[in-house]
Design a protein around this ligand. Structure first.
Ligand code: GLU
Length: 399
């Protein structure tokens, strides 16, 4: 049986594959600590749950227009305008999607033609490369600074006559790096000068724990707003991963392109989640959100200290819920993939190898799980590192 080139060339998402493997091992009775997938361990806020239940019980769970319910598009447009300090996005500038991943793929399919290049800043989230490839585009990896911030000379060098867009993800998955306002401004100026789109994946925007909040390029004035495609959703800010709901907020031509695509590929997201998301967005922010962020912050500080205490270099993450330590001293020829396989097999601890994000030097730990589990995970990782001498120590022992 032969598959299309498209389907044969694509790899399964490493994060989702690892999460499935960790869960399967747990089902077989292994005492797994799963730090692989980035999924808040909190329940969605009460208003969200109530709205979902009300919709189910009304019996009115039907198709909605492909771009989503008008009331939700309005709520999203007002919400984005309020948090980004811009005029509200109009209803026709918003398309509701099944997730932020779905919003991103719709946006990429709407603006990228075969051969167009899209710049991705390394380390870059696992699905970016594949989504650009599915659209026939060419992902161009741009290295970052050692602290995981943007390297503008590398970005300028990577731009060619075929560059169509840059993909900004701040706070970043997997590093937790939050671009400073100056960095966002610089990128915006560059994109205006070179006439590029900015695909701005803002799914972690609410999860910034210190310093200046995350800035969207869209906040920098009408000219750059007209080049910015905001991709966001409910999963991380409202602990609504399983609801599968997100959106594109962009110039109306892009929002309409995504709507047309989705009208054939998927249809609108389910009505229950649309109502639930609307309940999260209207009025004041549900109290549970700030509580969840405070708890993530506590775990972040504890985990980074613990990893540094083990002698690992870890970029300080201002946002998201990942730690990204450098483990290259411990790697053999199998790289970070082999490291993660060994940690899973020997310590029942699931981590994500840096190769999933385009760098084979670091591993990702999600701290979206309880502090007790994080403490146990750190103990297991510490034991693993102690049992495996660094390459330098192994070399000097054989001399
Ligand atoms: N974005 C999350 C992660 O990186 C969820 C899983 C996925 O969609 O990749 O773990």
């Amino acid at each position: 049986m032969s598959l299309s080139h498209r389907a044969s060339a694509i790899t399964l998402s490493v994060t989702l594959a690892l999460d499935a493997r960790a869960k399967a091992l747990a089902d077989q009775g292994h005492d797994i600590i799963n730090m692989s997938v980035g999924e808040p361990d909190f329940a969605a806020p009460k208003v969200v749950q109530d709205a979902a239940c009300r919709r189910v019980q009304s019996g009115d769970v039907k198709y909605t227009p492909a771009a989503g319910m008008r009331s939700l598009r309005k709520a999203i447009g007002e919400h984005v305008g309020a948090i980004r300090g811009t005029a509200p996005y109009a209803i026709d500038e918003v398309t509701v999607c099944h997730s932020t991943k779905h919003a991103l793929s719709g946006a990429v399919l709407s603006i990228v033609d075969p051969g167009d290049e899209v710049l991705l800043f390394l380390p870059a989230w696992v699905s970016y490369v594949e989504i650009v490839r599915i659209a026939g585009g060419v992902p161009v990896a741009v290295p970052s600074r050692a602290d995981c911030g943007p390297d503008f000379s590398a970005i300028e060098r990577a731009i060619t006559s075929k560059t169509k867009a840059v993909l900004l993800n701040s706070p970043s998955n997997p590093t937790g790096y939050v671009w400073s306002a100056d960095e966002v401004r610089r990128l915006a100026e560059l994109c205006e000068r070179k006439k590029l789109w900015i695909l701005s994946d803002e799914i972690y925007r609410r999860l910034v724990y210190e310093g200046e909040p995350n800035l969207s390029p869209a906040s920098l004035g009408p000219a750059i707003r007209a080049r910015t495609i905001i991709l966001d959703g409910a999963s991380k800010s409202y602990a609504m991963t399983g609801y599968r709901i997100g959106f594109v907020a962009a110039p109306k031509e892009v929002a309409a392109g995504v709507e047309r695509l989705h009208s054939h590929l998927t249809g609108a997201p389910n009505t229950i989640s649309q109502d639930a998301y609307q309940a999260a967005l209207v009025g004041s922010e549900p109290l549970e959100v700030a509580q969840m962020c405070a708890e993530f912050d506590r775990r972040r500080r504890w985990l980074i200290d613990a990893l540094r205490g083990m002698g690992l270099a870890v970029p300080w993450p201002r946002g998201a819920f990942y730690a990204f330590p450098d483990v290259r001293a411990y790697l053999d020829e199998r790289g970070t993939r082999g490291f993660c396989e060994d940690v899973l097999e020997q310590q029942d601890l699931a981590l994500v190898p840096g190769t999933a994000f385009g760098v084979d030097t670091h591993v990702r730990l999600s701290y979206a799980l309880s502090l007790d589990k994080i403490k146990l995970a750190a103990e297991r990782l510490g034991k693993f590192l102690q049992a495996h001498p660094t390459r330098a120590a192994a070399a000097s022992a054989t001399r």
